[in-house]
Design a protein around this ligand. Structure first.
Ligand code: ATP
Ligand code: MG
Length: 422
């Protein structure tokens, strides 16, 4: 026998048993973005490598270690997108959607990062991202957070997530702070691990979210970013906090929250859960007012977030909120000369008459017992049975697979009878 070929580590299939839960989640997401009036944008999965190194930053984990980069047949360096913001901004500039305009956009799709696969961390994963361009007030930051909070309520996970918030100020404020932080870290160089030593010179703010407990302990005495914030950023942050307070969204300010990508300024936030173990961040976002210009467009304020759908699916499963509608509503069972065609016609008429009704026909013959077994297996609520007698009399047997009752009705009445059961 030939050797089987397996999927790439960290890249998962979504099997038929799992897709109903994914549909439930995707529909909830689509519903929430739509009730705020946001429009969908779809970008290619592959972009020029340069786009990501310029947008995300050369010395970030994503660009340094995680990108799937390859040369195509023309010798161009291309990369499978590790996130959606860079491509969204690129598309916005390319199609003239950003300058002097307001855009409220969302997208959903696969992203790729070469990380160590583990629960909640994969090499191909799905993000839903939301990006707003052309608005600079804290009101839109608040709306994005309200939108995510609404989604958590709709999914029933709102009691299991918490919001962390911070302001990382302007580029200048961060440059001043960076200097002070590097000065502090130099005094504690003996405690730093290799990773932090390297970051101290390339991206010192990232030292703040080290997982090393010993280093975390000394960081308590490090200079605070909040002491370096510019006046406008302070006001923006205060405005956001007031808005969240008045709509009743709880948060905690985490001075060490800096986020992994370089393009953020002012507001940054993360939604975190304790129910998934180490991979607890389900959604992260913030402002990136400088990115459009950095990618060659005209200066445009922007803010957005991205959430990881695999982690949300895991949460729904862990919290046992993963019940979904049964697979099929009606299963059509037939036996005898000419009944299969009559059954297929009946199924088609029902699909026509009852929008959205999910009707599956039995194929492949077999006795009633075998056919009812299949009906159960696919989760049907009702079986409609057609034998030769029923076909010649224009009737059908309706079997309630949940309640167990069974009655014969004229075919003309079947829609009404079904309505009582499904
Ligand atoms: P983490 O700290 O967990 O690595 P991140 O800061 O790299 O996350 P972002 O780039 O902000 O993540 O992406 C937004 C969201 O996408 C994350 O909060 C998470 O839910 C999800 N995500 C990121 N990387 C992965 C991955 N490798 N597998 C599954 N989901 C992911
Ligand atoms: Mg990461």
């Amino acid at each position: 026998m030939a050797k089987t070929i397996q999927a790439i580590r960290g890249m998962n299939d979504c099997l038929p048993t799992q897709s109903p839960l994914w549909h439930k989640l995707e529909n909830a997401v689509k519903n929430v973005v739509s009730v705020y009036g946001y429009s969908e944008v779809r970008m290619p999965i592959v972009e020029m490598t340069q786009l990501f190194s310029r947008a995300i930053g050369e010395v970030t984990d994503v660009v340094e270690k995680e990108m799937y980069t390859f040369e195509d047949r023309n010798g161009d360096s291309l990369t499978l997108r590790p996130e959606g913001t860079a491509g969204c901004v690129r598309a916005g500039i390319e199609h003239g959607l950003l300058y002097n305009q307001e855009q409220r956009l969302w997208y959903m799709g696969p992203m790729f990062r070469h990380e160590r696969p583990q629960k909640g961390r994969y090499r191909q994963f799905t993000q839903c991202g939301v990006e707003v361009f052309g608005l600079n007030g804290p009101d839109v930051d608040a709306e994005l957070i309200m939108m995510t909070a609404r989604l958590w309520r709709e999914l029933g996970i709102d009691k299991h997530v918490r919001l962390e918030l911070n302001s990382i100020g302007s580029l200048q404020a961060r440059a001043d702070y960076r200097e002070a932080l590097v000065g502090f870290l130099e005094q504690h160089i003996d405690v730093l691990d290799e990773d932090c030593k390297r970051r101290m010179h390339t991206n010192p703010l990232r030292v703040l979210d080290t997982k090393n407990a010993e280093i975390q302990a000394i960081l308590g005495d490090a200079p605070k970013l909040s002491d370096y914030l510019d006046e406008e950023s302070k006001q923006h942050f205060q405005g956001l906090c007031e808005l969240l307070d008045s709509v009743g969204i709880e948060y905690s300010v985490n001075q060490r929250l800096v986020r992994g990508l370089d393009y953020y300024n002012r507001t940054v936030f993360e939604w975190i859960t304790e129910s998934l173990g180490a991979q607890g961040t389900i959604c992260g976002g913030g402002r990136y007012d400088g990115l459009v210009e950095q990618l060659g467009g005209k200066s445009t304020p922007a803010v957005g977030f991205a959430m990881g759908l695999e982690r949300l699916v895991l949460m729904l499963e862990t919290l046992e909120l993963d019940s979904v509608r049964r697979g099929v509503d009606v299963y059509v069972v037939t036996a005898g000369e000419g009944t299969l065609l009559a059954g297929m016609k009946l199924a088609e008429a029902l699909r026509e008459e009852v929008p959205g009704l999910r009707v599956m026909s039995h194929f492949g013959g077999g006795n009633f017992k075998k056919q009812f077994k299949r009906a159960d297996k696919v989760g049907a609520a009702v079986a409609l049975v057609l034998g030769e007698d029923e076909v010649s009399e224009g009737t059908v047997v309706l079997k309630d697979l949940i309640g167990g009752t069974q009655n014969t009705y004229p075919q003309a009445q079947i829609v009404t009878k079904l309505a009582e059961l499904v």
